[in-house]
Design a protein around this ligand. Structure first.
Ligand code: AMP
Ligand code: ZN
Length: 118
């Protein structure tokens, strides 16, 4: 999808600060970070959002979680005494703004509350 921002980032048409790549996923720094660590993990293949995920997307979802752990490990927050938060926003009430599935990886400091971004 050439008009999709994250498809264009995956294709390299729009620059991003990529921190991790696999055959099926790309992880890059969020342009407007809500925490010291704020990375977006996206599938290379376009999926609209978490509500559009189908059972056959299971493997790429697992790849995204494994990529998120690798991002957290590289940032030094994956140990048992640290941790990180993973968020999928769906729809306007959750303020989903980019219509290409992305997993927010947040951390690097004790996050405020159980459910907020930071
Ligand atoms: P969401 O609100 O869940 O749809 O998250 C979209 C995220 O994409 C926001 O946190 C934005 O800051 C981030 N974002 C938007 N444009 C870019 C970009 N060009 N590079 C990196 N992150 C971006
Ligand atoms: Zn896309």
């Amino acid at each position: 999808m050439t008009d999709c921002l994250f498809c264009r980032i995956v294709a390299g048409d729009i620059p991003s600060e990529t921190v991790h790549e696999t055959e099926t996923t790309v992880a890059f720094k969020d342009i407007n970070p809500a925490a010291p660590l704020h990375v977006l993990v996206v599938p290379r293949r376009h999926i609209d959002d978490a509500a559009a995920v189908a059972p056959e997307d299971g493997p790429v979802l697992a790849d995204m979680l494994v990529a998120a752990r690798a991002v957290a490990e590289a940032a030094g927050v994956a140990g048992p005494d640290r941790g990180y938060r993973l968020i999928f926003n769906v729809g306007p009430d959750a303020m989903n703004s980019v219509p290409h599935l992305h997993l927010h990886v947040l951390g690097g400091e004790p996050l405020k509350g159980h459910f907020a971004a930071a």
